[in-house]
Design a binder for this molecule. Sequence first.
Ligand code: SF4
Length: 277
Amino acid sequence: MKIYLAKHCGFCFGVKRAIKIARETAAKYENVYIKGDLVHNEDVCKSIEESGIKRTDSLESLPKGSNVIIKAHGEPLKTYKCLKLMGLNIVDATCPMVKDIHKKAQELEEKGYQVVIIGDRNHEETKGILGNIASGAIIENKDEVLKFKDGLKDKIGVLCQSTQTLENVTATMHELSKQTEELLFINTICNPTRLRQKEIEKLSSKCDAVLIVGSKKSANTKRLYEAAKKINKSSFWIMSEKINKNHFRKFKSVGIIGGASTPVEVLQKIAGGLNDL
Ligand code: SF4
């Protein structure tokens, strides 16, 4: 069996940075909390908690003097305001690419654009972007444009969730262009996402089977899987190195890629295991 491990795999720089910030904070302070998941990978979050960082969903209950880490996907402005009002120390691990989307959304709003974000409505990143401007809308795909059409204004500025596919964004933009007079688009798909999306197309075409490794919560892993499945029916979304190797015996070549928060070591273990077949 020939194994192709993706060139672009392992933690993206935003995830690496967030983990580094979290570990340094845990080493420096005692009362360290994080609201939600630092990144979308269960094992990484578990190891972060083991380093002494406590996970919380309720900021109000945090004791005085606490240090609060902001996760890689970012937070709405109200979270920062609440933490400041409580006098807590904010340690911001938001990915700089996500911060940049917040800034662009604010600039568009200042210039009088209605901000539209193409992305998953229930994802923390899009909620955070929306929560950094006065108003705006999240549209998931082209089919939703018609539903929103009465709420759309004549001057729209569009941004996208960093892990969107260009395919979905292009199709949604095409529908939006029919509904407004002025449409400005800023492509905010991040570079690590673009590189992986290009690579999954190549891997899915050249390999008999493809393994996409990452948490079911991970938006970028989900999109890698969807892209692979369109090209190669033998595409499998797995969460860890614990796989039934026998299932893959029949394939002559297997491609392996991970989401942005999947450690490269997990992919290497899978590759090693398959190599032994
Ligand atoms: S996937 Fe992109 S936006 Fe998300 S953490 Fe990584 S670099 Fe940042």
